[in-house]
Design a protein around this ligand. Structure first.
Ligand SMILES: NC(=O)c1ccc[n+]([C@@H]2O[C@H](COP(=O)([O-])OP(=O)(O)OC[C@H]3O[C@@H](n4cnc5c(N)ncnc54)[C@H](O)[C@@H]3O)[C@@H](O)[C@H]2O)c1
Length: 245
């Protein structure tokens, strides 16, 4: 029996990661941690846990309840909360409010430390950790706090990879580009706007799917990547190469 813990796993990319880890045989069962599991059914070999991953006490309680050590940890929870009552302070404001900045860094960077601090010390040699970063953490963009947090997550991924290598634990990251999940649904008023953005920004002229991101995560967490650590794989249709002509 091999246990994987996946955060932000109730929907979107996280839910696809759960499926991919099970399909790949990298995990025989998965603990899916998420703040909001309303209307979500756990599939076979998946246990769903309500948990705010920015809160160490909640994370400790859930992890203690699992009763076994995880050999795979995917720090995937991230994104942001909509603030419909504060439309003047959308994440696109370069001089945005400090509490929204802190909230974003807490969710997109600090939560990975919180969960890894709880799960990591018990992980045996041969284990793997994968963090969901973003291309927003690899280049300048207009999501200021989010981009800074994801850049921090990429840097931390490398530092952790170096620190944990001698314990036989690998640490990698994926950097998705444009995946139409609740994250974008909350940020943009329409799907058409998302498609226009993809057309302007993605050389391969297509959006990415949760399953495509999950495939890369499953690879990085599997024995096939036994010599891969400290790496960031962008799954972005070439967006990091520059603008399409
Ligand atoms: N969708 C994209 O285009 C894209 C691009 C780059 C990176 N990402 C990253 O991918 C990851 C997954 O995002 P997604 O696109 O699937 O979005 P999503 O909104 O569909 O899923 C995010 C999940 O995280 C959960 N979550 C949020 N805060 C939490 C908390 N404090 N504790 C526990 N769970 C929490 C949400 O309830 C949700 O289920 C995020 O880290 C996001 O930043 C997404």
């Amino acid at each position: 029996m091999t246990l994987a813990i996946v955060t932000g796993a109730a929907r979107g990319i996280g839910a696809a990661i759960v499926d991919a880890l099970l399909a790949d045989g990298t995990a025989s069962h998965v603990a899916a941690l998420d703040l909001d599991i309303d209307g979500v059914d756990a599939g076979p070999n998946v246990s769903l846990h309500v948990c705010d991953v920015t809160d160490e006490e909640q994370v400790r309680a859930v992890v203690a309840s699992l009763g076994e050590q995880a050999t795979v940890l995917v720090n995937n929870a991230g994104g942001g909360k909509p603030h419909p009552e504060r439309t003047e302070e959308l994440p696109f404001d370069p001089f945005g409010a400090v509490d929204l900045w802190r909230e974003s860094v807490d969710l997109n960077l600090t939560s990975a430390h919180v969960v890894t601090r709880v799960v990591g010390p018990g992980m045996p040699s041969g284990s793997a950790i994968c963090n969901t970063a973003s291309i927003a953490g690899l280049m300048a963009n207009q999501l200021f706090a989010y981009g800074a947090a994801k850049a921090g997550l990429i840097h931390w991924t490398k530092s952790m990879a170096l620190a944990l290598a001698t314990r036989g634990i690998r640490v990698n990251a994926v950097a998705p580009g444009f995946v139409y999940t609740r994250l974008w649904q909350q940020m943009l008023p329409s799907r058409e706007m998302f498609e226009a953005m993809v057309g302007a920004a993605v050389p391969m002229a297509d959006e990415q799917t949760p399953a495509q991101i999950a495939d890369a995560v499953a690879f990085l967490c599997s024995g096939r990547a036994a010599q891969v650590t400290g790496q960031v794989i962008a799954i972005d249709g070439g967006s990091m190469l520059g603008r399409p002509r």
